[in-house]
Structures are given as structure tokens and as C-alpha cells.
Ligand binder design. Structure first.
Ligand SMILES: [Zn+2]
Length: 80
């Protein structure tokens, strides 16, 4: 078991604003990997942060769904 603090739907998420000093219009959400010009390290790191956040949100959602399914299965097995 572990405890982590992660913003849920009832908590206002923390907003992180970042831009590349050289490619100010680069948006990892819109342009993805293909929008990175000349292998820019800052743009690549911005994309990594964006992708890591997306994976974390997805993992938390999947974990919650699976925990609810398991809890339902346990409850049904005990009711028999
Ligand atoms: Zn850049």
C-alpha cells in the first residue's frame, strides 16, 4: 500500500506554464513530437512532461476503475 497526493476532480489542479525561449509557439499538446524543430531539448522536455502527466492521469483513472471493480467483486462474493 502507498499513499500519494494527486489532484482529483474535487481539487483544483496545479497549472504549469512553460514555453521554449526559442520556439515560443510550440505546444506539445497540439504539435507533438513532429513539431519539435531541430531536436530542441527544451521542446522535447516539454513534450516529456506533457506525456508523463497524461500517463499519470490515465494510470490513476485505471487504478481507480480496477479498484472499484475488485471491491464490487469482493462485495458480491461475500453476499453469497
Ligand atoms: Zn524549443
Amino acid at each position: 500500500m502507498f499513499t500519494l497526493v494527486y489532484p482529483g476532480p474535487e481539487v483544483k489542479p496545479v497549472e504549469v506554464k512553460a514555453s521554449c525561449p526559442k520556439h515560443r509557439k510550440y505546444d506539445p499538446n497540439v504539435e507533438g513530437r513532429g513539431g519539435i524543430v531541430g531536436g530542441c531539448k527544451v521542446c522535447r522536455l516539454m513534450l516529456e512532461v506533457f506525456e508523463a502527466n497524461h500517463r499519470a492521469e490515465s494510470a490513476v483513472r485505471d487504478m481507480r476503475i480496477n479498484a472499484e471493480l475488485l471491491e464490487d467483486a469482493i462485495r458480491k462474493a461475500r453476499a453469497k
